[in-house]
Write a protein that binds this ligand. Sequence first.
Ligand code: P53
Length: 477
Amino acid sequence: MTKFPDGFLWGGAVAAHQFEGGWDVDGKGISIADVMTVGDNNTAREITDGVIPGKNYPNHEAIDFYDHYKEDVKMFADLGLKCFRTSIAWTRIFPNGDEIEPNEAGLKFYDDLFDELHKYNIEPVITLSHFEMPYHLVKEYGGWRNRKMIDFFVKFATVVFKRYQNKVKYWMTFNEINNQTGLNEWGLFTNSGILVQPDEDAEKAMYQAGHYESVASALAVQIGHEINSNFEIGCMLAMGPVYPASPDPKDVLKAQRAMQANYWFADVQCKGKYPNWLKKYFERKQFDLDITLEDLDVIKAGVVDYIGFSYYASHVIRADKSEPEDYMTPTKNHEVKNPTLKRSDWGWEVDPLGLRYALNWFSERYDLPLFIVENGLGAFDKVEADGKIHDDYRIDYLRKHIEQIKLAVEVDGVDLMGYTPWGFIDLVSAGTGQMDKRYGMIYVNKNDEGTGDLKRSKKDSFNWLKKVIETNGSDLN
Ligand code: P53
């Protein structure tokens, strides 16, 4: 193959809280990202009880896109982006989440941003909730433990769908909705706003929150289509294929279970129903979840148009010899290192072939168009004396992944809408809060301590990606 399909959406991806800054301006409320301090690979981010003066909260300023968006979008156009994936900060629109009326200044910011993008023919791709929700909804209502969240989210979605119906066509409901599968292990808010309490059953809380989010997502899909029938509304999943550690059938079954446990969210959002194994599991565990018949109808009627997903790494799992065969568990418990793969500086396994595997897996399981909305290498960059950044390791990572994407499209016939590398402009890491874990083709002069003049510059990978886009993927050299 020489080219990707015409209209292939080459782009770049970011999320509001990780790059906008302006955390308390123009009426914006405090979000869950605003109470998370900086960490690193060995130090977990601290989640504080409200904003405490003197702590380093990296998302407050982030890279201050809020005040740089015009010059930044110009640079995105120079890179040749066909689309730009970002999210709408819920707290700019509904600062506390339970207001009657939205905040006009917040709505206006995205109007201006979308106009600026369209000036350069860059198509916005918008996530409604990307690991970000009003902190007030967490304090007052317990986050997605509470059914009331459905109404708050649907209201937010309806307001932005209506407002931007002629400016945005591509939407996603919840970023990495399945990221909370290992809720008790991450210890971060991600998208549910839940920090598991000592007396709380983490698994039950996760399934309840996941259910409410699934209902909210399905309602948003229906409402969005009513507002504009041309909308394409997708789900968004974190894809990390889980391989068995050996040919021992116990390991194979374990890997299959891990995939089931991670992708039931996709079953619900793409097939409109709960998988049988999970219904049985709920019964056995006697979770007694709040799932009504009406909810199940909503889920059935709110199937997504496409699957957006992130892909960074794969995983390997082995069965614990002592464990009963009906045991379901989040994947991290029994993870082992893959001896055939190299790891990033943050220990993430680099597996380009796994992306082809993932594309095939999604494609045959759901038969929906796919959109790779995140992929990339988090790495330390070195600025040379002349200001240049030679990030050949990043180019190598992206090239190898794009090669596999080509094979999936050309040889396997996967229906792929586009590819938007993550953090193509350096931003704050979600997992660690660091600036120095960089994914970008555009360098931003700021570091983990929060110092730096925020100046933007092009890394070597900028010119490389620009050429890839210009040639529609035919020149990867
Ligand atoms: P960071 C964990 C595992 C896979 C993807 O991650 C993840 C996470 C959360 O850390 O998140 C996605 O910044 C997410 C982005 C995030 C990106 O991957 O920890 O959608 O918000 O920045 C990369 O290196």
